[in-house]
Design a protein around this ligand. Structure first.
Ligand SMILES: Nc1ncnc2c1ncn2[C@@H]1O[C@H](COP(=O)(O)OP(=O)(O)OP(=O)(O)O)[C@@H](O)[C@H]1O
Ligand SMILES: [Mg+2]
Length: 236
């Protein structure tokens, strides 16, 4: 079975700042992975290095067995990887309907599991706001639209960077419910989130970064069995 993502020995710099320091990171088909670490530890940089948004200064990124190190983002997306960045990336001047429809496409195996109707069933709040402009949505609704748009591309892997950041608890819970549905639908995901309790409830593997290095990789069970690690590495 070929890994969806296999990053090996990744180093990334911003100018003279050495951020990623030899990171190995693998996503196997069907896996849900939690990527954790305190602010500024390199989580977003790792995702951007995988997605070709930032060019790594060393190491390799293989996507489905192909060397895609530093390849343009659209080529990585074309291999079935959908990336939902930190902050919100919707088209504010387009309606909810337009935002969704323009993203629709079949997946890499021709699958069209996530249709417009299914996305609206999953996000009833969006269904009630189809003609609203993107900029008229609340932060939580914008986040749902961003995830809905990613699902419309029928990805094999969905990468969510801080999908619940700044959301009211009820809306955040809604996003977690949707992460569960995504998992059940067979899509792999990488989830970056500050809430380790929610993360470890749905992940198969958790990776913790400290200063651009992987300091822990293991199941949720293994992590729960070592609460001192949570304190040491996440400050909880
Ligand atoms: N474009 C950039 N130019 C220079 N330094 C950057 C840039 N982006 C991030 N950094 C620095 O790189 C380090 C890692 O940042 P990164 O965004 O990867 O952290 P993170 O783990 O995602 O943090 P957070 O939890 O706050 O989102 C930080 O010290 C940050 O200040
Ligand atoms: Mg980040």
């Amino acid at each position: 079975m070929t890994a969806l993502i296999q990053a090996t020995g990744l180093h990334t710099h911003y100018g003279a700042s050495h951020i990623l320091r030899g990171v190995d990171f693998t996503v196997e088909p069907g896996q849900t992975i939690g990527l954790m670490g305190r602010n500024g530890m390199g989580k977003t940089t790792l995702l951007k290095s995988i997605m070709g948004i930032v060019k790594p200064s060393g190491g390799k990124v293989h996507v489905k067995g192909q060397d895609m190190t530093g390849a343009p983002t659209f080529e990585i997306a074309r291999l079935g990887v959908a990336y939902v960045p930190e902050g919100r990336g919707i088209f504010g001047n387009l309606s909810v309907r337009e935002n969704l429809v323009m993203s629709a496409r079949a997946g890499t195996r021709g699958q069209r599991d996530w249709t417009y109707d299914r996305v609206l069933e999953t996000f009833p709040r969006l269904a009630e706001r189809l003609n609203h402009g993107g900029q008229q949505l609340s932060g939580g609704e914008q986040q749902m639209l961003t995830i809905g748009r990613a699902l419309m591309t029928n990805p094999d892997l969905l990468i969510l960077d801080e999908a619940t950041e700044g959301l009211a608890p009820l809306i955040a819970r809604e996003i977690w419910r949707i992460c569960g549905l995504i998992r059940e639908s067979g899509i792999s995901s990488v989830i970056v989130d500050k809430n380790w309790k929610h993360v470890t409830q749905i992940t198969d593997v958790n990776v913790i970064l400290v200063k651009g290095e992987v300091v822990f990789q293991g199941s949720s069970q293994q992590l729960h069995a070592q609460p001192e690690l949570l304190e040491q590495y996440l400050g909880v």
